[in-house]
Design a protein around this ligand. Structure first.
Ligand code: COA
Length: 262
């Protein structure tokens, strides 16, 4: 009996970087139920694996990161079925809530749910060939994976309206200019450059990465005074870790720290 080939591939790169590849290139890596389920498992396994420091998400092939939710699944769905398919936590929530850094490595079309998955990551690095947008309006629907909320917070009210209401697909340079991409690199260097960023993060203590990510998240979700309070609390919490002791000691002893992860 032959089983279906996996729709998500997982590779452990060096230094605790886990590379996750959506593997449906014949359908532009569109997010169907199988991909969403597989990504859910991958995120849970990675969160439980003490060796994982950073998650990098990309799409197979050269054409697409993810060209959106699988439109074929929409055709015959009732509103109730659709609402059920969007029960929380969605895959966007799961990536958003991943405790360690996440990077979207955007290698081509990054549309609709693909853009929303990239928005749920902490950092977005794009090939110069990347094409990004929220074209749901062209289908008579609206973004449903966080696009209206996270895109607005990331690029601002007017630019989010412009993208979502026109459905325009923009190139990498435009995406970088509005802050939707954090870095653009030549397509043939995308993997190595992205892994360099991931490795730079992964070389830090995982406990520090988690605290920093929680403090950064506060900037997104809280008003300033509450976020500053949260940062101070997390800063003080860092003083309870072995890795704070080790980091400071290593600096004073002019050597590299050896992180314990606690
Ligand atoms: N859902 C399901 N299938 C998709 C898809 C999606 N979101 N995006 C692409 N595909 C499929 C196409 O149907 C096609 O399948 P087929 O060969 O069985 O017909 C295959 O992927 C290749 O796509 P194709 O349209 O032939 O490639 P292209 O280079 O001409 O165009 C896009 C690429 C991305 C511009 C185009 O596929 C597109 O507009 N996709 C939909 C984007 C979208 O609206 N996303 C938001 C969804 S909510």
């Amino acid at each position: 009996m032959s089983s279906a080939p996996p729709v998500v591939r997982v590779e452990n790169m060096d230094r605790g970087v886990r590379l996750v590849t959506i593997d449906r290139p014949q359908k532009m890596n569109a997010l169907n139920a199988a991909v969403r389920d597989a990504l859910t498992d991958v995120a849970a396994e990675a969160a439980d694996d003490a060796d994982v420091r950073v998650l990098v998400i990309t799409g197979a092939g050269e054409k697409a990161f993810i060209a959106g939710a699988d439109i074929g699944e929409f055709a015959d769905r009732t509103p109730l079925e659709q609402r059920e398919a969007m029960a929380t936590p969605t895959i966007f929530d799961r990536i958003w809530d991943f405790p360690l850094p996440t990077i979207a490595m955007i290698n081509g079309f990054c549309l609709g749910g693909g853009c929303e998955l990239a928005l749920a990551c902490d950092v977005r690095i794009g090939a110069d060939t990347a094409r990004i947008g929220q074209p749901e309006v062209n289908l008579g629907i609206i973004p449903g994976g966080g696009g209206t909320q996270r895109l607005t917070r990331l690029v601002g009210y007017g630019k989010a309206h412009q993208l979502i209401l026109t459905g325009e697909i923009i190139d990498a340079v435009k995406a970088y200019e509005i802050g939707l991409l954090d870095e653009i690199v030549p397509a043939n260097e995308l993997k190595e450059k992205t892994l360099d960023v991931a490795r730079a993060m992964a070389s830090k203590s995982p406990v520090t990465l988690k605290l920093a990510k929680r403090a950064l998240r506060a900037a997104y979700e809280m008003e300033l005074s509450a976020g500053l309070e949260q940062e101070r609390d997390l800063f003080a919490l860092a003083f309870s870790t072995d890795d704070k002791v080790e980091g400071v000691k290593a600096f004073l002893e002019k050597r590299k720290p050896e992180w314990k992860g606690r």
